[in-house]
Design a protein. Structure first.
Lengths: 342, 336, 390
């Protein structure tokens, strides 16, 4: 209980610090001494960072869980996110919704439906990928499953690409213009909603991982697969569940992406995946809290780069962060220092 | 604990002082001190999980100790690093200085900056590989700056340590001969340039190397199977091959981790005789982890007993056999 | 090393049967590898332009276009051979290989084009470009090669992304997304390397490939080659046998990068134009697919795989589409196979890893070594007791 309170405290502190930092960045970039536009713009950018960060965090969780349990970088994971975005587009348009929904009950109903459907389907997709592409190679030399993962990634990307090569508009069920005022800044409901959804999912994951038997099985398998097996843990089932949850979260991230940005493309998974993986590494691979933290940090870095005028370099910046973290602190922010030596 | 210390006037090939290794909260090794005289067969025994292989891995340079140091032939090889931060500084500061200088001097001229960065890069790619390859003059310069870097596995091999593994680690998809040739890696002197040019020096050395590799194979009793893949060899031969590969490193100290594991009595007797012969004919010092007490009692000059990461007994085979602490550790009951 | 001992004479060859003659020919070629490579490449490169004069190949393209395609294929063969050193020999997964290709190409574009006004000659720049790429290989490798396999893969992927981004965003230096045009073609007295004449490029790439192949075979059979393979098999055991894993991996990286640099310079001079789009992840992925499908570690297998895959991609897929379209088969005729090519690669990669991870042409090196007669076989009776080393 105490550690959870501590995490909560740190999270809140981080949120506040992040907001102030963003304000500082905007202020430096703007160069004006006038505070109120800085607060307005800075708060909006901060919310952007939180939203983008939430997307990365949700994707990063899948990476970190899978890596923690079978030590594989699931290259296809980012593309599961992308497929999730397209699936949510499909579901929404099939139901006949292509724009903002004003009736709040209908809105909630549609959202719940979309989330449930997409998350379950993506979860199953993840399980399927594991079952057919990765399971046989669990004990193969490391190169083989990595290459397979890249192959799966390309299969997913190109499968979608065949249908549509360019940007496709995705229904924004809540308009970004739907805003409210808070402390002088105008905040979009969508930002808040996305953040809340992400937090709910992440907290739910933490509860599952720490509180349930299956969650404990996941953690013990991640620590020592043989010992877990000896304790009676069904390894195949545990790994499948891990993939299910990770992919479902990626699917959720896909829905969020479509809602927020309003258009999607077959290659968003590639870049988002890389950045989310950076987030997972930054936070400490195998550590779910770290992945969430890393996700928000990366979102912050990305938006921060845009704010100071380096938007063209935002990708390069994120990858540089990745390289620096791996070289100087490979265990990430929240991970244990690795004792392994070649 | 036996009171009889190893005779002090003998030359110690390896001296380990107070080696401690902690993994998180777990102490795998605690203040292990071991002195191994040259030319002896020194055994390390103890129940499972006592820390024997961990100790091997520390000596072999695979695991850095949390505390303690190891000297090989009088030279400090392994110890917690000193001024480790300084080495990256030595590597990166010169090129960064050049880069900064370039940016300052060229005043916005992109092409000039590009040239300066290329120059900085050139400097970096001269310094960095040197820092990684660690030629002797570099090591001396580093040592003079007070920087100490604990030895890595290949450094220990260069210093004269060869080893085998508890679970055989051969190069499965390479042939028997190739496995031994890799062991001879440090003994061969031809460079990649020689290889590219296929110089006479290269060809000669390769021929001689193959001959010598076959000698090592003959030494361990593996002949006529040069071109078979290591993975296709029967178990006993795989162990011999691993031994041949270790011998190819021309070690002064040979670390054998359970060399007779999984062998039947006849194979065990053969291996034991081989180890003895290696000590006599090649003047090797052998540090042995073994569970088979007949082997241990049969060929050891000196035995150290570990349990739960600590040394609980040490002495000649006779002394250790009768030591009540040892009996308790193995059988779990206090001796009467 | 001990002093040279007297060379024991070779055994008398036993009775010759017809298959023994084949074996003898094969073993002669495997002992005189350089000559074999030169002969094989010469034969192959002469036959190819003649083959495409025959139907149905003649129907796909004119000979000139075919030869131009071969030049493109040659570039990818070169890339695949270089990546093979990194991935195939040493087991290091480099996912950003196109970055070194880009570095070579942009290097040449900057030293030999109307964009910069500098016009250094092609042939020395070929070598220098390889060297510059190798420098970057070392610069990337030095801090990152101690990372474990999957992390290294991601880092190289990141590097592969950063480099094109750098070229895109550095407008002043590299003309950004527009790329650099007006790059000089190579020049030799009396020979024009022109757009209309792909033959000089063809001969050049054949010569480059021959030299690279010879070098690669020599390295494979050397102390360094064995060290690479030992690292791939079991890095810890390699280190415990004395191999300095860091420098050995760096050498692999440097060599791989230098080969890509060669390819880059050649490609820039052939296309007379470089732009960041030429060096995206799809290129890295394609080369990786070529190495994996061709048989990681097997030099000629990788070369063959790269050649075949390139031609499939650039010629045959289009022909397949053109062929099936007029036939009016429902659904199949509508497929533009070119669009699907990466889907096919992906499926091929996954299938290969699951079914035949050694690739289409697995390393026959060991098979050859098992049958060679050139080795001096010392006569020892099986089970003879080991003797003390003199």
């Amino acid at each position: 209980m105490l550690s959870q309170l501590r995490v909560l405290g740190i999270a809140i502190a981080a949120l506040v610090v992040g907001w102030l930092l963003m304000l500082a960045l905007v202020w430096i970039a703007a160069g004006t001494k006038d505070l109120s536009p800085v607060v307005a713009s800075g708060t909006q950018q901060y919310l952007n960072a939180l939203t983008i960060g939430a997307i990365y965090a949700l994707i990063a969780l899948g990476y970190t869980m899978v890596y923690g349990i079978i030590e594989l970088i699931n290259f296809a994971h980012g593309d599961v996110f992308m497929v999730g975005a397209f699936l949510s587009l499909f579901v929404m348009t099939s139901l006949g919704f292509s724009g903002a929904i004003s009736n709040p009950f209908l809105l909630v109903g549609v959202l719940v439906l979309v989330f449930v459907v997409v998350m379950v389907v993506m979860g199953l997709l993840g399980v399927g990928i594991e079952r057919f592409a990765y399971r046989r190679l669990r004990n193969a030399p490391r190169l083989a499953p990595l290459i397979t993962a890249i192959g799966v990634s390309f299969i997913l990307q190109n499968f979608i690409q065949v249908f549509t090569n360019s940007q496709v508009p995705s229904p924004q069920l809540i308009s970004l213009s739907n805003r409210f005022d808070f402390l002088g800044a105008s905040i979009a409901y969508l930002n808040v909603l996305i953040f809340v959804i992400a937090i709910v999912l992440m907290v739910g994951l933490q509860i599952f991982v720490t509180g349930t038997r299956l969650g404990r099985a996941m953690r013990s398998t991640a620590q020592d697969r043989e010992a877990a097996q000896l304790m009676g843990v069904d390894i195949n089932l545990t790994i499948a569940v891990t993939f299910f949850i990770g992919s479902a979260l990626a699917g959720a991230a896909g829905i969020v992406y479509g809602l927020y940005f309003g258009n999607i493309q077959f290659n968003i998974g590639f870049f988002a995946g890389l950045k989310a993986f950076t987030a997972a590494v930054l936070g400490g691979i195998g550590n779910t809290v770290g992945a969430a933290l890393g996700g928000f940090l990366i979102g912050f870095i990305e938006v921060g780069a845009v704010v100071v005028g380096l938007s063209r370099w935002s990708e390069a910046l994120v990858f540089t962060v990745l390289i620096l973290v791996l070289v100087f602190r490979p265990s990430g922010l929240l991970g244990q220092p690795l004792g392994e030596r070649a | 604990m036996s009171d009889q210390a190893v005779p002090a006037n003998e030359e110690m090939i390896l001296s380990a002082h107070e080696i401690t290794k902690q993994f998180g909260g777990l102490s795998a090794l605690r203040n292990i001190t071991v002195d191994i005289p040259r030319g002896s067969i020194f055994s390390l025994i103890g129940p499972n999980g006592a820390g024997k292989t961990t100790f091997f891995n520390v000596i072999a340079g695979i695991l850095p100790p949390t505390h303690g140091s190891i000297d090989l032939r009088g030279q400090r090889m392994i110890a917690p690093p000193a001024r480790a931060w300084l080495e990256p500084v030595v590597w990166f500061v010169p090129p960064l200085l050049v880069l900064a200088l370039g940016i300052a001097v060229s005043g916005g001229n992109i092409q000039a900056i590009a040239l300066w960065s290329l120059g900085a890069l050139l400097i970096a790619t001269v310094i960095l590989p040197t820092g990684l390859a660690r030629p002797p003059w570099y090591e001396r310069a580093i040592a003079a700056m007070g920087i100490f870097r604990t030895a890595r596995p290949n450094d220990m091999v260069r210093a004269g340590v060869g080893r085998t593994f508890q679970n055989i680690r051969l190069f499965q998809y390479m042939t028997t001969l190739e496995n031994v040739l890799v062991g001879m890696h440090l003994q061969l002197k031809s460079t990649p340039v020689d290889a590219l040019l296929s110089s006479r020096k290269q060809k000669q050395e390769e021929e001689l190397a193959r001959k010598r590799a076959r000698d090592f194979l003959r030494l361990v009793g593996l002949t006529g199977r040069d071109h078979e893949l290591a993975r296709n060899l029967p178990y006993g031969d795989q162990r011999r091959l691993e031994l041949a590969r270790a011998l190819a490193c021309e070690p002064a100290l040979l670390l054998l981790d359970e060399p007779t594991a999984g062998m039947n009595p006849r194979e065990t007797a053969d291996m034991t005789a081989l180890i003895n012969r290696l000590r006599h004919d090649l003047g090797l010092t052998v540090l042995l982890i073994e569970h088979d007490m007949r082997v241990v009692m049969g060929i050891s000059d000196w035995i150290t007993v570990l349990d739960h990461g600590e040394r609980i007994a040490e002495g000649t085979p006779e002394e250790v056999r009768r030591n009540p602490k040892v009996i308790e550790a193995y059988l779990g009951t206090p001796a009467g | 090393m001990t002093e040279p001992q007297a060379v024991t004479s070779k055994e008398e060859p036993p009775e010759r049967a017809p298959s023994d003659t084949m074996d003898r020919i094969v073993s002669w070629f495997s002992r005189h590898r350089s000559i074999s490579v030169i002969v094989a490449m010469a034969l192959f490169s002469v036959l190819l332009p003649l083959l495409v004069l025959l139907p149905p190949l003649s129907g796909f393209n004119r000979q000139g276009v075919w030869i131009d395609n071969f030049n493109g294929a040659g570039i990818f063969v070169l890339l695949a051979l270089g990546l093979n050193v990194v991935v195939g020999f040493s087991g290091l997964l480099d996912l950003g290989y196109a970055a070194f290709f880009a570095i070579g190409a942009y290097f040449y574009a900057l030293v030999a084009s109307s964009f910069t006004g500098v016009h250094l000659p092609f042939w020395p720049m070929l070598i220098l470009g390889a060297f510059v790429a190798a420098l970057f290989g070392v610069a990337l490798g030095a801090p990152t090669l101690r990372l474990r396999g999957d992390y290294l893969a991601i880092v190289t992927l990141g590097f592969g992304e950063i480099v094109p981004v750098f070229f895109t965003n550095s407008d002043a230096l590299t003309n950004g997304t527009n790329g650099i045009a007006g790059i000089d073609r190579p020049s030799l007295p009396g020979i024009t390397f022109g757009a209309a004449n792909p033959l000089p490029f063809y001969v050049t790439i054949v010569v480059i490939l021959t030299i690279v192949l010879i070098f690669l075979y020599r390295l494979e059979d050397s102390r360094l080659g064995r060290a690479w393979m030992a690292i791939r098999e079991d890095e810890l055991a390699a280190a415990s046998s004395g191999v300095n894993t860091v420098t050995t991996k760096l050498l692999a990286f440097a060599l791989g990068a230098s080969t890509a640099g060669l390819a880059g310079v050649f490609s820039a001079s052939r296309l007379v134009f470089v732009s960041p789009d030429q060096f995206l992840f799809t290129v890295s992925f394609t080369v990786l697919a070529m190495v994996v499908l061709g048989g990681m570690g097997n030099i000629w297998g990788v070369a063959a795989g790269a050649f075949i895959i390139f031609l499939i991609q650039s010629v045959f897929l289009r022909q397949l589409t053109n062929f099936l379209q007029p036939l009016g088969i429902p659904f199949i005729s509508d497929i533009d196979f070119l669009k699907y090519q990466f889907l096919i690669y992906g499926i091929a990669l996954v299938s290969m890893m699951l079914l035949r991870p050694e690739g289409l042409f697995p390393s026959g090196r060991r098979k050859r070594e098992l049958h060679t007669e050139g080795e001096m076989e010392e006569l020892t009776a099986p089970g003879e007791a080991a003797e003390p080393l003199a």
